[in-house]
Design a protein around this ligand. Structure first.
Ligand SMILES: Nc1ncnc2c1ncn2[C@@H]1O[C@H](COP(=O)(O)OP(=O)(O)OP(=O)(O)O)[C@@H](O)[C@H]1O
Ligand SMILES: [Mg+2]
Length: 149
């Protein structure tokens, strides 16, 4: 299942994050792709807010993984630094964990990710507008479909 959405501003980005936050479950895997500065971390901040995480979400670029304990834990990864390595097996327990795994630059570790996941690729259209392509494997198809209206 694949859909494309156009988001015009931060407010609409937050609205999308809120819609996705409602549909998360333990073990949910969300890969975020798109150019530098397209909004992957910004989206993750909104997602965290709407699952009830109060801590400030910063880009985990220099740590690769940040863990936010919560009724539904959030494992926020940014694997940009793994571009030429392609994997980091220490991330496995979080990718296949009991929280929500959000992985910025997921393409860089695609070989260690399962087929069953959802991805969002964010394309910059203007200073505040973004085109977002959301894809989901069978287990996520109903969620992706719900996001289209
Ligand atoms: N509609 C929008 N959605 C998301 N971010 C937006 C939007 N409009 C403007 N922005 C701005 O674009 C920037 C996105 O930066 P952000 O750090 O979230 O990108 P990123 O994709 O995580 O970058 P990186 O590849 O470096 O990790 C922020 O300054 C944010 O305020
Ligand atoms: Mg980022």
């Amino acid at each position: 299942m694949e859909i494309k959405l156009v988001i015009h501003n931060l407010k609409e980005m937050e609205a999308l994050a809120m819609q996705i936050a409602k549909r998360l479950f333990p073990g949910f895997i969300l890969g975020l792709g798109g150019d530098l500065g397209s909004g992957k971390t910004t989206f993750t901040k909104y997602l965290a807010k709407h699952i009830g995480i109060e801590a400030t979400i910063n880009s985990p670029t220099f740590t690769i993984l940040k863990i936010y304990q919560n009724s539904l834990p959030l494992y926020h990864m940014d694997v940009y630094r793994l571009e030429n390595i392609g994997y980091d097996y220490e991330l496995d327990e979080f990718i296949y964990g009991d929280g929500v795994a959000v992985i910025e630059w997921y393409e860089y570790i695609i070989s260690m990710l399962p087929k069953a996941m959802m991805t969002m690729n964010i394309k910059v259209m203007s200073e505040t507008a973004r085109e977002i392509t959301i894809k989901g494997s069978d287990a996520y198809a109903a969620i992706v479909k719900d996001l289209s209206h």
